[in-house]
Design a protein around this ligand. Structure first.
Ligand code: GDP
Length: 421
């Protein structure tokens, strides 16, 4: 693989640091589709307007998108939010697709668990949660459908603790309930966030905490700080000494605790009414790891009797990637979705499929953005993209450099039960 000077370019490193690879996991009907659509729809608008600077009206773009319909059936898509790139990897919600869920959990760095504020924790959520435990994936939770009759945010938090054994810590509490659900109190900044019912955009108003919620907000802020201080000695000392703790200190501790899977932060909103989706994206940027924050990927060295080896998440390392989904696209044919763990890959170059032992040329590399595909010249550690024209490949195959191959940890699935007549 060609050496390029990009490997030491600080801009590239910064770009990777501003990437998040996340999945949205939920039991059927909790609102995963609605939430993903809202994210793509509204960040799409922000992205476009930011790109063109021509003041094109939001409605024009929305109408166009509506006509085409937003496809979220792709294995991976991405959005741009506040100068960060958020790759969203599809995690199938149906319990029968356990194998697919495992495969998708393997390639992402964080999961947003979506729960129904009325139905709370359903058996399927438990299955996905256990799988996420297995792959040690950091998690955040979004209690959706706060506008529904019977919505109970705190009940979901309790059920997460009881049924999922999660250290669920609210970082927001709801303002209003059911049809009067209006917004949230952010327990970190101690401000109220209100979404206007008429608002179609991603903006929100910051207001004072409503009088009747002040005491409750103080109480839950205390719980939040105590919980993160449990995992942060310096913070605990300050807390015990009753010293002031800055917003930055809270945020750093929340990020570390999320990354170490000590806590699961809990937020709430209504995806249908586009309330709360914005703050989820804000918190994804703040608390979910970038591809550079995750531990090195473990694998086996096929040239050395399968001895264990590692690849650090860095462009300086030899190229390694995992094929996690193969789909057929009506226009370009077979698409192989892959996650790059280390190194970089230029289009038109050759990779070694360490699983099949075959060399393959990667003619085109595509990135998916809602309905569009964009050709890429190069992909790097942390990227998720689709390769066109890989001849012989199955999901779970390892792509790597010819000279320094690696077989990334194989996923072992239970043998199918064959019933004899
Ligand atoms: P998925 O199966 O998890 O992808 O769930 P969907 O996004 O398809 O949502 C299931 C149903 O719940 C649909 O009828 C949605 O319109 C509805 N829904 C989603 N989010 C909300 C919400 O915030 N409030 C209410 N009341 N309904 C919602």
């Amino acid at each position: 693989m060609a050496e390029t000077k990009t490997k030491t370019d600080p801009k590239i490193v910064d770009q990777i640091r501003r990437t998040r690879n996340i999945g949205i996991a939920a039991h059927v009907d909790a609102g995963k589709t609605t939430m993903t659509e809202r994210i793509l729809y509204y960040t799409g608008i922000t992205h476009r307007i930011g790109e063109t600077h021509d003041g094109a009206s939001q409605m024009d773009w929305m109408d166009q998108e509506k006509e085409r319909g937003i496809t979220i059936t792709s294995a991976a898509t991405h959005c741009i939010w506040k100068n960060h790139r958020i790759n969203i990897i599809d995690t199938p919600g149906h319990v029968d697709f356990t194998v697919e869920v495992e495969r998708s959990l393997r390639v992402l760095d964080g999961v947003i668990g979506v729960f129904d504020s009325v139905g709370a924790v359903q058996p399927q959520s438990e299955t996905v949660w256990r799988q996420a435990n297995k792959y040690e994936v950091p998690r955040m939770a979004f209690v959706n459908k706060m506008d529904r009759v019977g919505a109970d945010f705190f009940n979901v938090v309790e059920e997460m603790k009881e049924k999922l054994n999660a250290n669920a810590i609210p970082i927001q509490i709801p303002i209003g309930a059911e049809e009067n659900f209006r917004g949230v109190v952010d327990l970190i900044t101690m401000t109220g966030i209100i979404w206007d019912d008429e608002s179609l955009g991603m903006e929100y108003d910051e207001v004072e905490i409503p009088e009747d919620l002040k005491e409750k907000a103080e109480e839950y802020r205390k719980i939040m700080i105590e919980s993160i201080a449990d995992h942060d000695d310096a913070l605990m000392e300050k807390y015990l000494m009753d010293e002031e703790i800055s917003q930055e200190e809270i945020e750093n501790a929340l990020r570390d605790a999320t990354l170490n899977r000590d806590i699961t932060t809990v937020m709430c909103g209504s995806a249908l009414k586009n309330k709360g989706v914005q703050t989820v994206l804000d918190k994804v940027i703040k608390y979910m790891p970038s591809p550079y924050d995750i531990p090195p990927i473990e694998g086996k060295d096929p040239q050395n009797d399968g001895e264990p080896i590692q690849r650090k998440p860095s462009v300086q390392e030899p190229f390694s990637a995992l094929a996690f989904k193969i789909m057929t696209d009506p226009y370009v044919g077979k698409l192989t979705f892959f996650r790059v763990y280390s190194g970089e890959l230029e289009k038109g170059s050759y990779i070694y499929n360490a699983t099949t032992g075959k060399k393959e040329r990667i003619g085109r590399i595509l990135e998916m953005h809602a309905n569009e595909k964009k050709d890429l010249d190069i992909v790097r550690a942390g990227d998720i993209a689709a390769a066109v024209g890989v001849k012989e490949v199955r999901t779970g195959d390892s792509f790597c450099s010819m000279e320094e191959p690696i077989i990334l940890e194989e996923i072992t699935f239970p043998e199918p039960v064959i019933k004899l007549a």
